[in-house]
Design a protein around this ligand. Structure first.
Ligand SMILES: Cc1cc2nc3c(=O)[nH]c(=O)nc-3n(C[C@H](O)[C@H](O)[C@H](O)COP(=O)(O)OP(=O)(O)OC[C@H]3O[C@@H](n4cnc5c(N)ncnc54)[C@H](O)[C@@H]3O)c2cc1C
Length: 377
């Protein structure tokens, strides 16, 4: 499709431009407004909720460069992403790579049309960075599995319809073996989802408990006991999406904050300049990497570099704003603070979380050291 900018201009209603709107679809999220619904439907119709997927599965069949150009057009016009979440960013590409044709036909079009909202069942109380220590198990009962165990930090599980879940299917195999990648609905009997109250009063995180929850055999992706390969690939898709800014949108305006809070502070100016230059270099490197990887449909270990840099840069940017704003940068409520200041405090705290989500910065550095630089263990 040619002329993305013109198309977005024509189809994105003015009243939703520049607004921080996010829509994750599924049966529990309300579409933000009638104007957003027009935009969403226009994108679904052209396959632009998932620009890179084949039209057979609800996509627009764009190559990487054109998909990046479409995202750039959204930025230029200030149009929100029509659809957002683990279904399009993580699970969909994973099913495209590892799923059977029947699994693709069953799940992908529903993700593309925003009919099902997915959450990620990876972390457990005893398995975070050391994910392969997971203990949730799925036992073979003929034509279905019974799942028992629990997951934690499951973002948005209370608002999701299905979960993609790592389960142990061979109790005796070494820990990276014997793991499988299984999908099942959260309204299945035996599934309990509880929200975790956060210090800011929100509760986007959940615990999920499985007590003889049934999962269809048809919903095991890839080979039985070979889920670790799939799990790692999905993390690469997740990290690529974090570094595109889909999960961690840019918060605050660094040059404006310098002008407002510290116009005569040479140290602050120096810090802002360094961050801006690192950011510009990072954006160019990302664009170069997108072009260099045109021939390959799958991400690689370099996604760890991008996830690490994007989350660290965002955190540095917000920390610099908070430092320049002084006490105005740590307000939570009240009319002594401007709306933008209250928003920046929240963005800063969110950015701290993204140094951990999708694998912490330390874990990304380990991966880069081993897999990209080839350093010994
Ligand atoms: C915003 C957010 C959203 C999340 N959403 C989800 C979700 O939807 N689904 C899901 O399954 N999980 C989710 N998580 C959980 C996330 O994947 C884990 O928090 C993360 O993998 C770290 O695991 P942990 O919390 O158990 O910390 P630990 O693994 O216990 O790590 C503690 C500290 O030790 C460091 N560390 C651990 N191992 C090493 C090592 N080998 N070398 C160097 N340092 C190390 C870590 O970097 C960290 O600083 C989310 C987390 C956050 C913050």
């Amino acid at each position: 499709m040619e002329g993305f900018h013109a198309w977005v201009e024509q189809n994105c209603p003015k009243e939703i431009r520049g607004k921080p709107l996010k829509y994750s679809g599924g049966t529990k999220h309300k579409i933000p407004s009638p104007a957003f619904e027009l935009w969403f439907n226009a994108c679904v119709e052209r396959g632009l909720t998932v620009p890179e997927w084949s039209p057979d599965y609800g996509g627009a069949g764009l190559n990487k460069i054109d998909a990046a150009a479409f995202r750039e057009a959204l930025n230029e016009v200030g149009a929100p992403l029509p659809l957002f979440g683990g279904g399009i960013a993580m699970l969909g590409p994973t099913i495209i790579e590892f799923g059977t044709e029947a699994q693709k036909k069953r799940h992908l079009p529903r993700i593309a049309r925003g009919e099902v909202c997915w959450c990620q069942g990876y972390s457990e109380p005893g398995a975070g960075s050391d994910l392969a220590s997971l203990r949730t198990r799925a036992d073979d009962h003929g034509d279905y599995y019974l799942v028992n165990g629990s997951k934690i930090w499951t973002s948005g599980a209370h608002m999701s319809d299905w979960i993609f879940c790592l389960v142990r299917t061979d109790q005796d195999a070494p820990k990276q073996k014997g793991i499988s990648f299984l999908l099942f609905p959260l309204d299945a009997p035996g599934v309990t989802v509880r929200t975790i109250d956060l210090i800011n009063g929100g509760s986007e995180f959940c615990e999920a408990f499985f007590d003889d929850a049934k999962a269809a055999k048809d919903d095991l992706i890839g080979e039985l006991n070979d889920g670790w390969t799939i799990a790692k690939r999905l993390l690469q898709y997740e990290r690529a999406s974090v570094s595109r800014g889909e999960f961690l949108p840019r918060g605050g305006n660094l040059p404006a904050a310098l002008k407002k809070y510290a116009p005569d502070d040479a140290v602050a100016r120096d810090n802002v300049l360094r961050i801006e230059m690192d950011d510009a270099a990072f954006q160019l490197t990302k664009a170069r990497a997108t072009q260099a990887s045109m021939g390959s449909r799958t991400p690689d270990f370099a996604t760890s570099t991008f996830k690490y840099l994007s989350s660290e840069l965002e955190s540095r940017r917000l920390e610099a704003i908070i430092a320049m704003a002084g006490t105005l940068g740590i307000g939570w409520t009240g009319d002594t603070f401007e709306a933008d200041e209250l928003k920046t405090t929240r963005s800063w705290l969110l950015s701290r979380g993204f140094l951990i989500a999708g694998g912490s910065s330390e874990v990304q550095r380990n991966i880069v050291a081993k897999r990209v630089l080839g350093l010994p263990d």
